[in-house]
Every structure is written in structure tokens, then in C-alpha cells.
Design a protein around this ligand. Sequence first.
Ligand SMILES: Nc1ncnc2c1ncn2[C@@H]1O[C@H](COP(=O)(O)OP(=O)(O)OP(=O)(O)O)[C@@H](O)[C@H]1O
Ligand SMILES: [Mg+2]
Length: 217
Amino acid sequence: MVLEKRGALSGAKFVSFEGIDGCGKTTLMDRLAGWLEEAGIACIRVREPGGTSIGEKIREILLDTACSEMTRRTEVLLYSASRAQLIGEVIEPALEKGAWVLADRFVDATFAYQGFGRGFDLERLAMIQRWATGGLWPDKTILLDCDVAVAASRLGQRPGAKRDRIESEAGDFHKKVREGYLFLAREEPTRFVILDAAKPLEEVAKDFHERFWLAEG
Ligand SMILES: Nc1ncnc2c1ncn2[C@@H]1O[C@H](COP(=O)(O)OP(=O)(O)OP(=O)(O)O)[C@@H](O)[C@H]1O
Ligand SMILES: [Mg+2]
């Protein structure tokens, strides 16, 4: 299995960032990329859905507000297809070369959004995810947790902000997603690091540095 093989060969880590839209994932990923660069450690960054030319085409379909007729099963399978392509084309080759991989969302997004948000059975989703990923799971997952209103107000402040198909869901959907993420994190306390993302950015970054970078880096 890929995970075991690379673990033995290098200290490369696969770190995913999760949380509702606007919680600060991309901002914190930038910080980690900076620390890795200072330490002379190679890293790549990927985003979901997308990150490959095939995946970016899938992303366009998934986030297009014109695709309102998309069935929930189609949504699950498109996210999973984008992920499968990203793993095969980008993530596995990078990990095998010893580079860290920082992922802006990964499997937990499917559990949180399609499981808790849309109401799909988690066991069924896990089965699809295990198949789509070939069993490749993040070593660590950073959950940026904050209130839906806090995250929404940050998105509103982003210049040129326009809501995509998922962001346009009602507030209640995002509340369920947030609760879902917290449930997942409590289920796997070793893999997850939960950060209070409602704090000012420098405090969140400090917590991340202490609880992840100093512990893992
Ligand atoms: N702790 C924080 N306090 C205040 N503002 C923040 C904080 N973290 C991030 N921001 C700002 O909030 C906005 C959203 O942050 P960011 O783009 O990192 O979130 P995201 O989780 O990646 O969002 P999306 O899911 O839409 O990609 C940005 O303008 C960012 O500068
Ligand atoms: Mg982002």
C-alpha cells in the first residue's frame, strides 16, 4: 500500500485542510507552505475539486449555479472522480518523491457536505471513498472550526466574491456541515487537529504552529 511504502522511504506528510467555506483554509495553507519553504522541505498544494485539468473541468460542473438539476448521487461521484484523478496524477507521485502534499479539502469534505449536509449514509460514502482513493488517507487533517455567520462574513469581504452552487446553499446546510466536521474530528482525534478559526488570524496561526508544526514538523 502506498501509505506504508512512502512512510518508510521519507518523512513526507499528506495534510488536508477542512472547514466550511470562508473559515480560512487557504490562508492557513499559505502559512504552512511558508514554514516548509523556510525549512527547505518540498511541498505541493492541491485543491478540491480540481487540481488537474480533468479535475478542473469537473469543478466547473460541480460549482456552476446553472447545474441546479444535478442529482445528489451525481454530486458524490463527480467529487470522487475529481479526487481519484488528483491522487493518481498528482498526490501519489509527489508523496513518492518525498514532497509534502497540502490539500485544500479531501475525503472529509465528502463526509461533511454529502453525508451530514445532504444526508447520505456515511458507511456508503466511506465505501465509495475507499475505492476512489485506493485507501490513501491524509496523515493529518486541520479542521478550521467557526460559526457559519463568521465564515460567511469573511467571504462577503473577499473582493469580487460571487457565490458558487455549494456556497449558495441555505445557512442551515452549512450548519449541518460544520457539525458534521466536528463529529468526524471527534471520531478520529489522532488524525484531526481542531483549531478555533473564529479567533484573529495571528492567533489561529499561532495555535496551528504550536499544535501542528512544532509537534509534527
Ligand atoms: N482568522 C481570521 N480572521 C479574520 N479573517 C480571516 C481569518 N482567516 C482568514 N481570514 C480572511 O477570510 C477570508 C476567507 O479566508 P480563506 O480564503 O482562507 O478561507 P477558505 O476557507 O479558503 O475559503 P473557501 O472555502 O471559500 O476557499 C480571506 O479574506 C482571509 O483573509
Ligand atoms: Mg480557499
